[in-house]
Structures are given as structure tokens and as C-alpha cells.
Design a protein around this ligand. Sequence first.
Ligand code: ATP
Length: 476
Amino acid sequence: QENNFQAIISHAKEYGFVFPSSEIYDGLSAVYDYGPYGSELKKNIRDYWWKSMTQLQDNIVGIDAAIFMHPTTWKASGHVDSFSDPLIDNKDSKKRYRVDHLIEQHADKLEAAGKKEEAGKLLADMDALLGEENFTGLKELIDTNKISCTVSNTCNWSDIRQFNLMFDTQLGAVSDESSTIYLRPETAQGIFVNFLNVQKTARMKIPFGIAQTGKAFRNEIVARQFIFRMREFEQMEMQFFCRPGTELEWYEQWKQKRLEWHQSLGIAPEKFRYHDHVKLAHYANAAVDIEYEFPIGFKEVEGIHSRTDYDLSRHQEFSGKKQTYFDPEINKHYIPYVVETSIGLDRAFLMVLSNAYTEEKLQKEDGTEDSRVVLKFAPKIAPVKLAILPLTKKDGLPEIAKDILDECRGSFKCFYEEKDAIGKRYRRQDAIGTPFCVTIDHQTKEDNTVTLRHRDSMQQERILISELKERILNEL
Ligand code: ATP
């Protein structure tokens, strides 16, 4: 599985999906750039989310808030005081670890060795201690279980400390404490502080939602899992405002709807599971993760949280501005309750890429073995929809091909190529996940038909040029 993960990472780089950031300077840890096909795929996933969460909903509107926010936002939200991870240092190697990750890794090892109960108990103990912020207890847990880092069998551990994950910087020229601002660690707060602006200007009635996509920044400590855990990443969040007391119904609905969304990306249901949070954050009264089975195991892709009226109440308290809504149906003012759906775009990208990545053994016509790597993306999110390939560079075939390109490129992303043998060109399209290739050959000149090749089955069929565009649009 780990090998498979490495193969996906190499493929992503080789075919222009994801590059290490500033690679000519040896990269920047946990920061990545998206290449030509990666940026298309990422955009398609974002657009698909946006459409499902706004256009196709009766009562959800979008916003695009700034990354920088007034610093008091993060005091109110609790991030200044408690958006931190407990860390521990290996005194010998000077390497730093996140305590929960260290313990989780140990639990994974126990489970792999068949000690399921022991692993479960360890995780339960950890959750309890983390919840109480009992760092002495956590240190004892690490010591008594002889938990070590991967490099050596015994580790000389330091005490446990808290480390805030927010990046800060200075606003304006003067550098003093009052000018310190943060790069947002989540997009949600931009929605909360705009709650009344949106409600009033878009004339929204509760229940309604506000959606947003955008960059978020976290100074993650353990950041060695490709784009799974990044320091700069993108979130797609929706806050659903509802009447107090109805939040758990909405929570159940969103939990279900979001799982359906994931499956609608063409991913098999058994690749997902819910992970209900037993230990809840102080502001939540229900929380669940949707986990996908990555090559590195089942991991969170999206969180659905019933956040009560915590955020709006805190903003009311810190800003002194009322955050209440007048509900004409029950003739009452109240601070709405909130159900949040929060998904990482980069993580969704990794999910889609891992799910699509397939190594296939094939039989050539002469009976010899061949192989291909194919990315089986759902056509609606594939970076390129149609490759247009004239069989040869002459005999007027490129001209016909370019006419097809002109006809189709306004409706969906096309790719044109006339170099190399056709088999080689097909393989390259397989490797970037193009669902359809159309080949223009000499017969085209006689009867206006082309060969349409399907990526997954590799089946080919002849269709009329005049029917091509409509056909592809239907498949999308
Ligand atoms: P984790 O436990 O993996 O650190 P989290 O519970 O802190 O995640 P949330 O704060 O709930 O995550 O953020 C919502 C979503 O944002 C996550 O489900 C994930 O998809 C994404 N996300 C969070 N942190 C990162 C990161 N460092 N890199 C990429 N995506 C992230």
C-alpha cells in the first residue's frame, strides 16, 4: 500500500498534477504546487462542490471572504488560546512529534500485530487525556507503553508542550503586538462574521447556508504525507444556520448528503466510513468525520460538526454587535445554531487521484504482455474530457481535427496532439485520465465518421462527427 502511495506521488509529478513547491530550491516542506492537469482537476472538484452546495440548493449562497481578518476574530473563535497541538521532542535526534500522531502510529502497529484490544484501549486513554489536557498523563502513557519514534527503539522524550498552529505576520509597517494578524487557519470564521451581512442582503430566511472555498494555513508539525497534510491548503466549507433545537436533524441530513456527494464522484461506497467523535470539542454537540480509505489507511476527508451557537455568540460577545436573527414564524429573536460541513479540497483531490490510479496488465494483439497506468476519473471531473488525435500529420487530417477542436473547446476541455504513434498517444491520455479520445483517419474524409475510444474499456466505436459533441456532453 505504501508502495502504491509512492507510485501515485511519482505519477502526479511526472504527469503534471502536483509538484513540490519551489522545487529548484529543493522544495518547501508540506507546500505543493498544482501543475497543468492538477490545477484543472482541482478546479473541477471545487466547481462540482460549489454547484452541488449552492446552485443545486434552494437556500445556500456563497461568499468569498478575505484571508486576513481582524485579529479579535481569532480570540473570539478560540484559536488564539486553543488552536494548538501537544508536541514532544526526541531529545537525542531533536526531532519533534505530535503526541496524538505518535500514539496513533503505535496503535496502528499494535493492531497490525493482532493486538486490537490493546490498541483500542490506548486510543481511548489518549482521547480522555487529550480531552482533559492532561499532559503529564499523556507523557506517562507514552512512557509506560514504551512508545518510540520510528528511528530508534527507545526515545529520550522531552516534556509535552502546546504549539499554536496559526501563522502570524505584521499588518502595515510598524511591527508591534497590536499589528499582529493571522493567516486564517479555517475559512469558517469569514462566514460567521458575515452572517448578518449575507442574511440581510440576500434576504435569507432561516434555515439557510453560506458556502465558501478558499485557502487556509496551518503550521502543521507532522507534515510528511504529500498533499494529505499541508501547511497551505484549501477548504470548502458550508455553515448551515438553523433554529435552536433543530440542529441535530440538520446534522443527520448533512451527514447523509455529504456522504452521497463523495459517492457521486464515482467512488465505491465501501471506500468510505463514518467516524463519530466520542470526545467532542467544547463548542460541538455532535461531530463526525467522513473517512476515505487512502493508500495510507482510512483517514478523514471531511468533517461535519454541529457547532451550536458557539461561534456567533462569541462574536457577539467580542464585537459587542448583536448577532441575533428575528424568526417571523415563531416571533422570536435568537442566535442561530450552526451545522458545518468542512472538506479539504487538496484532500479530496488526493482521494480522487488515489481512487482513480490503476495499474493494468494488458494483452497485446500478438499475445505479448503490456501494461498501462490509467487514471479512472469520473468524466465530469477529469482534467481533459476529449483528446483530438489526427492519425497522421498530413492528408488534410489535422484540418478536420482542428475543426472538431474549434467546435468542442468552448464546451469542455480538449487536448489536441498530432505527434507520435496513436498507441503512445492513447497511453498518455490514459495516464492523465482523459475519458475520451477521438481519432481522425482516412475513412473520416469519406464518410465523416471518427473513432471514439473509451478510456476504461478501451473499446472503440465509429460515430459521425456531427454527433460527437452532443455525445461527449451527455457523458459528462
Ligand atoms: P486533522 O485531524 O487531519 O488535522 P482536522 O480535524 O484538524 O484535521 P478540520 O479542522 O476539521 O480538520 O478541517 C476540515 C477539513 O480540512 C479536514 O477534513 C481536511 O480535509 C482539511 N484539512 C485540515 N487540515 C489540513 C491540512 N493541514 N492539509 C490539508 N487539508 C487539511
